[in-house]
Design a binder for this molecule. Structure first.
Ligand SMILES: [Zn+2]
Length: 152
Protein backbone atom coordinates (compact mmCIF):
# COMPACT_ATOMS: atom_id res chain seq x y z
CA UNK A 1 0.00 0.00 0.00
CA UNK A 2 1.39 3.43 -0.90
CA UNK A 3 1.34 6.36 1.49
CA UNK A 4 -1.51 7.88 -0.47
CA UNK A 5 -3.66 4.77 -0.04
CA UNK A 6 -2.98 4.71 3.67
CA UNK A 7 -3.88 8.35 4.01
CA UNK A 8 -7.16 7.90 2.13
CA UNK A 9 -8.07 4.79 4.08
CA UNK A 10 -7.54 6.63 7.32
CA UNK A 11 -9.64 9.63 6.27
CA UNK A 12 -12.49 7.39 5.15
CA UNK A 13 -12.88 5.75 8.57
CA UNK A 14 -15.20 8.32 10.21
CA UNK A 15 -17.50 8.23 7.17
CA UNK A 16 -17.82 4.45 7.39
CA UNK A 17 -18.60 4.67 11.10
CA UNK A 18 -21.43 7.13 10.36
CA UNK A 19 -22.93 5.36 7.35
CA UNK A 20 -26.64 4.61 7.75
CA UNK A 21 -27.02 0.82 8.30
CA UNK A 22 -30.07 0.70 6.00
CA UNK A 23 -29.32 3.01 3.01
CA UNK A 24 -25.54 3.28 3.41
CA UNK A 25 -25.59 7.06 2.93
CA UNK A 26 -23.37 9.28 5.00
CA UNK A 27 -25.09 10.46 8.18
CA UNK A 28 -24.25 13.33 10.49
CA UNK A 29 -23.34 12.95 14.13
CA UNK A 30 -25.86 14.14 16.72
CA UNK A 31 -25.36 14.36 20.47
CA UNK A 32 -27.22 13.81 23.69
CA UNK A 33 -29.11 17.13 23.58
CA UNK A 34 -30.65 16.26 20.22
CA UNK A 35 -31.51 12.68 21.14
CA UNK A 36 -32.98 13.66 24.53
CA UNK A 37 -35.29 16.18 22.90
CA UNK A 38 -36.54 14.08 19.99
CA UNK A 39 -36.93 10.57 21.39
CA UNK A 40 -39.31 8.97 23.86
CA UNK A 41 -37.58 7.00 26.60
CA UNK A 42 -38.01 3.59 24.91
CA UNK A 43 -36.29 4.81 21.74
CA UNK A 44 -33.78 6.95 23.61
CA UNK A 45 -32.59 3.84 25.46
CA UNK A 46 -31.25 2.38 22.18
CA UNK A 47 -28.44 4.94 22.08
CA UNK A 48 -25.66 6.33 24.21
CA UNK A 49 -24.63 9.98 24.16
CA UNK A 50 -24.44 10.13 20.38
CA UNK A 51 -25.89 8.60 17.25
CA UNK A 52 -25.97 9.17 13.50
CA UNK A 53 -28.76 11.08 11.75
CA UNK A 54 -29.64 9.87 8.23
CA UNK A 55 -30.67 12.86 6.04
CA UNK A 56 -31.68 10.73 3.03
CA UNK A 57 -35.38 11.43 2.22
CA UNK A 58 -35.68 8.01 0.57
CA UNK A 59 -34.64 6.19 3.76
CA UNK A 60 -36.91 5.59 6.77
CA UNK A 61 -34.08 5.69 9.29
CA UNK A 62 -33.83 8.88 11.36
CA UNK A 63 -31.23 7.92 13.99
CA UNK A 64 -28.86 4.99 14.11
CA UNK A 65 -25.98 3.59 16.06
CA UNK A 66 -24.46 0.32 14.95
CA UNK A 67 -27.49 -1.80 14.01
CA UNK A 68 -29.91 0.08 16.30
CA UNK A 69 -32.27 2.43 14.46
CA UNK A 70 -35.13 4.83 15.12
CA UNK A 71 -37.32 5.29 12.07
CA UNK A 72 -39.74 7.80 10.63
CA UNK A 73 -42.81 8.01 12.89
CA UNK A 74 -40.85 7.04 16.00
CA UNK A 75 -39.54 10.52 16.80
CA UNK A 76 -41.46 13.05 18.92
CA UNK A 77 -41.79 15.42 15.94
CA UNK A 78 -41.96 14.58 12.25
CA UNK A 79 -38.61 15.17 10.50
CA UNK A 80 -38.26 17.65 7.59
CA UNK A 81 -36.20 15.33 5.37
CA UNK A 82 -38.41 12.28 5.98
CA UNK A 83 -41.87 13.76 5.54
CA UNK A 84 -42.99 15.99 2.63
CA UNK A 85 -46.22 17.13 4.37
CA UNK A 86 -47.15 20.81 4.57
CA UNK A 87 -47.69 20.61 8.35
CA UNK A 88 -44.08 19.51 8.91
CA UNK A 89 -41.61 22.00 10.38
CA UNK A 90 -38.77 23.11 8.12
CA UNK A 91 -37.47 25.31 10.98
CA UNK A 92 -37.91 23.91 14.48
CA UNK A 93 -36.51 26.86 16.42
CA UNK A 94 -39.00 29.40 15.06
CA UNK A 95 -41.62 26.85 14.00
CA UNK A 96 -41.99 27.55 10.30
CA UNK A 97 -43.70 24.77 8.34
CA UNK A 98 -43.40 23.74 4.71
CA UNK A 99 -46.96 25.07 4.33
CA UNK A 100 -45.84 28.53 5.54
CA UNK A 101 -43.27 28.58 2.73
CA UNK A 102 -45.82 27.36 0.19
CA UNK A 103 -48.34 30.02 1.25
CA UNK A 104 -45.77 32.84 1.01
CA UNK A 105 -44.64 31.67 -2.42
CA UNK A 106 -48.21 31.32 -3.69
CA UNK A 107 -49.31 34.74 -2.37
CA UNK A 108 -46.17 36.83 -2.85
CA UNK A 109 -43.97 34.79 -5.18
CA UNK A 110 -41.25 35.02 -2.54
CA UNK A 111 -40.75 34.38 1.17
CA UNK A 112 -38.92 36.27 3.88
CA UNK A 113 -38.79 33.21 6.16
CA UNK A 114 -35.04 32.56 5.53
CA UNK A 115 -34.36 36.23 6.44
CA UNK A 116 -36.48 35.93 9.59
CA UNK A 117 -34.58 32.78 10.58
CA UNK A 118 -31.22 34.50 9.93
CA UNK A 119 -32.34 37.44 12.08
CA UNK A 120 -33.32 35.04 14.88
CA UNK A 121 -29.94 33.30 14.65
CA UNK A 122 -28.15 36.65 14.79
CA UNK A 123 -30.13 37.55 17.90
CA UNK A 124 -29.11 34.27 19.49
CA UNK A 125 -32.68 32.98 19.70
CA UNK A 126 -32.12 29.69 17.86
CA UNK A 127 -31.54 26.37 19.59
CA UNK A 128 -30.84 24.05 16.65
CA UNK A 129 -28.71 21.55 18.52
CA UNK A 130 -31.65 20.70 20.76
CA UNK A 131 -34.70 21.58 18.67
CA UNK A 132 -33.76 20.45 15.16
CA UNK A 133 -33.85 16.64 14.72
CA UNK A 134 -30.63 16.87 12.68
CA UNK A 135 -28.95 18.71 15.57
CA UNK A 136 -27.87 21.58 13.34
CA UNK A 137 -29.14 24.72 11.62
CA UNK A 138 -32.21 24.33 9.41
CA UNK A 139 -31.35 26.94 6.76
CA UNK A 140 -30.11 24.42 4.18
CA UNK A 141 -33.37 22.48 4.55
CA UNK A 142 -35.44 25.66 4.26
CA UNK A 143 -33.67 26.67 1.04
CA UNK A 144 -34.08 23.13 -0.33
CA UNK A 145 -37.81 23.19 0.54
CA UNK A 146 -38.25 26.55 -1.26
CA UNK A 147 -36.54 25.18 -4.36
CA UNK A 148 -38.70 22.05 -4.15
CA UNK A 149 -41.94 24.05 -3.88
CA UNK A 150 -40.94 26.36 -6.75
CA UNK A 151 -40.12 23.34 -8.94
CA UNK A 152 -43.41 21.56 -8.19
ZN1 LIG B 1 -30.55 5.89 5.73
Amino acid sequence: MSNTDEHEACCRLPAVALACPVCGKQGRRVGKETLDHHLEQSSRAKFGDEAGFCPNPACEVVYFSGKATVRKGETVLAVTQKDPGDEIFVCYCFEHTRGDLRRDLAQKGTTDIPERIKKGIKEGRCDCERKNPQGACCLGNVIAAIIGIKAS
